[in-house]
Design a protein around this ligand. Sequence first.
Ligand code: A3P
Length: 323
Amino acid sequence: RDDKISEETKSLISSLPSSLPSHADSQGMKLCKYQGCWYYPNTLQGVINFQRGFQPQDTDIILASFPKSGTTWLKALTVALFERSNNHSSSDDQHHPLLSDNPHGIVPFLETDMFHESSSPDLAKFSSFPRLFSTHMPFHTLHETLKGSPCKIVYMCRDVKDTLISWWFFRSAIQKIEPDRSMLESLFKSFCNGTMYYGPFWEHVLSYWRGSLEDPKHVLFMRYEKMKAKPYDQIKRLADFLGCPFTKEEEENGSVDGILEFCSLRNLSSLEVNQTRKKKTMDHKNYFRKGEVGDWKNYLTPEMENKIDMIIQERLQGSGLKF
Ligand code: A3P
C-alpha cells in the first residue's frame, strides 16, 4: 500500500509521532500524526500533495466532515442545490447526476481521490461549476492551503457517539464481517484516546467550530441532528450560505421539499446506482444504514457513555460548542 509514498514523505513520517491504533486490522498499519491529526501513510501522502499543489478558485466549495458524520447526505444536498440551475430539480429527471453516480463519485475527496497520487492531478475532467470537493482533513490543514481564497467551506458535525457506532458498522461492512463487540470495544478505545484515522474527534470538530466563528461568511458549521430535526430550515441555511438561495416561487412550488425527499436516505439508498455499484472496491450501499439520531443507545454501555461524555465535556470546555 505504500508504493505511492515518496521518499520525502517516508522521511517525514519517520520524524512524526506514530501509533498502532487499538482497532488495528490484521494489516497492522500504523497511524502518524501530522499537524495534530492522525493519518495512515497513504492518506498523509495525499494531504501533502494537496498542500503542495492545490490551486483554489474563488468559487470552489469544500464539504468537510469527520468520517461517518453525514458526509454523503451533505454531498447529495449540495449537488441537488446546484443542479437547480441545470433544471434538474427532481428524481423524475433522468439526467440528474445523483441518478447515475453516488454522491462520493460526484464530489471527490481532495486527499484520497484527487491528490492521492500526485500534487498536480488533471482537474480538467472535473467540470462541475462551481467545483465541489470534499475532505476529512481538519480545518487548519485545509485552510493553510487555501491561502486567503474566498472559497466556501461547509462542515457537517455529528454526535460523537452516533459517529462511533456508524464507524463500527461501516468498518464491519467493508471487512464483510458481522459487527462484533470486540471491534466496538477497540474502536471505543481509539475514539477515547484520540488515536484513530483523522482523530482526535474533538480536535477535528473544534478546528471547524473555531473557523466558523472567526469567518462565518466562508465557513458554515452544520449539525446532523439539526438537519434531521429541521431539514427545511437547514437546507435553506445551506442554500443561502452557498449563494444559491431558494426563491419565493421555489418555496411555494415545493422544490425545497422535493430536494429533501430526493436526498433522503430512503430515496438515495433505493436508487439502482447505490444498490448495485461500487466506488473503487467500496459498495455504494455501505454509505447508507439507518441515519438515526441516538442509535448509540442500542449499543454503548452506561460506562462507555459516561466516559465519552466526560472526555468530550472536558475537551470542549469553554469553546461554546456542546454535544
Ligand atoms: P448510520 O451509520 O448511523 O446510519 P458518512 O456519509 O459521513 O459516511 O456518514 C454515514 C452516516 O450517514 C450513516 O449513519 C448513514 O446511514 C447516514 N446517511 C447516509 N445518507 C444519508 C441521508 N441521505 N440522510 C441521512 N443520513 C444519511
